[in-house]
Design a protein around this ligand. Sequence first.
Ligand code: CP
Ligand code: NVA
Length: 309
Amino acid sequence: MKRGRDLLSFASLTAAELHALLARTALFKEARARGELIRTLPGRTLGMIFEKPSTRTRVSFEVAMVELGGHAVYLAPEGSQIGRGEPIADTARVLGGYCHGIVIRTFAQERAEELARWAPIPVVNGLTDRLHPCQVLADLFTVHELRGDVVGARYVWIGDGNNMAASWIEAAALLGLDLVLACPEGYDPDAALLAEARAQIAATGRGRIEVVRDPRAAARGADVLSTDVWASMGQEQEAALRARAFAGFCVDDALLALAAPDAIVLHCLPAHRGEEISASVLEGPHSAVWRQAENRLHVQKAVLELCLS
Ligand code: CP
Ligand code: NVA
């Protein structure tokens, strides 16, 4: 029996739980602003397996755990037996004897799932090639803060049909969001994931997910304009090829001018200024990216509490 619950994708959350998580996040943020910490995980330890680089996810989870009254242990491939090929199923059972939860950032989603299958403790997805749910939770919380609600906005994704796009698609299906993704040909989101999300939308009768080729058509009237790097971690060797394929997909002032007058611009960071987003938009008045990055901390607390309690 697992002690707690995994969060590997939005599939393990109901819409009501997601809304509750956003409300709880707001309480964590407000308390911290008053100088108070809500310590609901005293004495608990989080194992943090990172097989890819990270700044935000690593630091926000670690600080969140400490501020909840717990402790975090970082494991990188080069400093642990993971990098020498110790099976993830063995690592899962061993960490299960020491820790109360694990965050994993890795390549294949299946590896995170295997870890979760073997670990007697909850496993949280801190990014895989397929999904980045905790980031999209922070993005949704940012929208919730700025607009008062996550439902009812026109969400537009500009760029690669990558892990971030996939988590947005899952969120749209779960919450009934109106989501348009502009992706160049050959860089669409996963077809099976899209089909599943659309089936969920058809069943609930709420939301819309559309994939288009023209970023300008997509951006028209957008309330939330999101983008991400063109070459994700592990795709560095494709960077030149992708830069050609994504020409015209930069979120710049011309594209932003097509969006709603009060549009919010999101980027999970790290950003490549002049590629997927212009410096003027990233640093401009519509950008919520620094708030979005800070919100990772507040959201991780709600995630850890939900999964580890
Ligand atoms: N957005 C995000 O996940 O950033 P890091 O790669 O720095 O964790
Ligand atoms: N899509 C990016 C997100 C980084 C936080 C990547 O996977 O590298």
